[in-house]
Ligand binder design. Structure first.
Ligand SMILES: Cc1cc2nc3c(=O)[nH]c(=O)nc-3n(C[C@H](O)[C@H](O)[C@H](O)COP(=O)(O)O)c2cc1C
Length: 253
């Protein structure tokens, strides 16, 4: 068996959780990066002898629209899939059921859902440093239970929490801006999943394309990209109540 790890991880939290889960599935792992806008996602196909790990962050309780569009382009042939949703310790709401519908439509056969917690990519004081050792141990246990389900030839759809119709998509994107420290190196433009930063003028951002994923802030070697002054404090204030108590990962079979 081969594991395809198909992951949308702008700032690395989803990647960390997906790496733990995939490695514990005990088979060679091939990674497909859904943030790479150079890839032609319609060129990927998967057969039923493989196992896919489809991993996305929760944005406002939903699958990020850009990740959804890229998953929709994939072609699977009844390939069993583990659905992994990673969130910043607030809530993941309808992310797993939306991911299940996307996986079904692309020809995957979802066999398990996993919700894991990683550092909040906007307000990094929440779930700071997660996934931690406890989270990683839980992800390895989840992998063992998923393997046991597969070994018993049980391909039943998992019972996932969430609602259809899904929660409406959030309105308004928090668009990071380049400050005076920007040396126009172009790394943010090259790495932006949405192509929202023009290579010829990396100190600007196309707000109509930006998905607010914070990749540009996390990759800038100068620390020159940030949200507008006051915005982070406002978000932190809003999230303080709902994000502070530690949530734990969950497995749905
Ligand atoms: C635009 C946006 C919306 C988010 N919405 C939620 C949310 O609704 N609930 C939550 O718990 N975390 C939310 N988060 C936090 C991310 O789900 C979490 O930090 C995730 O690990 C980010 O993945 P990454 O590090 O791979 O980019 C949001 C982050 C962003 C950038």
């Amino acid at each position: 068996m081969k594991v395809y790890q198909i992951c949308f991880s702008p700032t690395g939290g989803v990647q960390k959780a997906a790496d733990q889960l995939s490695a514990a599935l005990g088979a060679p792992v091939e990674k497909i990066d859904l943030t790479d806008r150079q890839l032609d996602f319609s060129s990927f196909s998967f057969d039923r002898d493989a196992l896919a790990v489809l991993a996305v962050p929760s944005y406002g309780g939903r699958v990020p629209a850009l990740a959804a569009a890229r998953i929709a382009a994939l072609r699977a042939d009844g390939t069993p899939a583990v659905l992994l949703c990673v969130y910043g310790n607030r809530a993941f709401e309808d992310t797993l059921v939306e991911l299940e519908d996307l996986a079904d439509a692309a020809g995957f056969c979802p066999v398990a859902g996993v919700a894991a917690i990683a550092e909040h990519s906007i307000a990094r004081q929440f779930a700071s440093g997660r996934p931690d050792a406890q989270d990683c141990a839980k992800l390895r246990e989840d992998a063992a239970q998923i393997l046991a389900k597969l070994a018993s030839k049980d391909n039943a759809a998992p019972a996932l929490p969430g609602n259809r119709p899904y929660k409406p998509l959030g309105s308004g994107v928090m668009v990071p801006q380049a400050g005076d420290g920007c040396v126009r190196c172009g790394l943010c433009a090259a790495r932006c999943p949405a192509g929202a930063i023009p290579a010829e003028d990396p100190s600007s951002t196309d707000a109509t394309r930006c998905i607010g994923c914070m990749r540009c802030i996390s990759v800038c070697p100068q620390g020159a990209r940030a949200l507008a002054p006051g915005m982070l404090e406002r978000v932190g204030g809003m999230l303080a109540k709902v994000c502070s108590a530690r949530r734990e990962g969950e497995l749905f079979l």
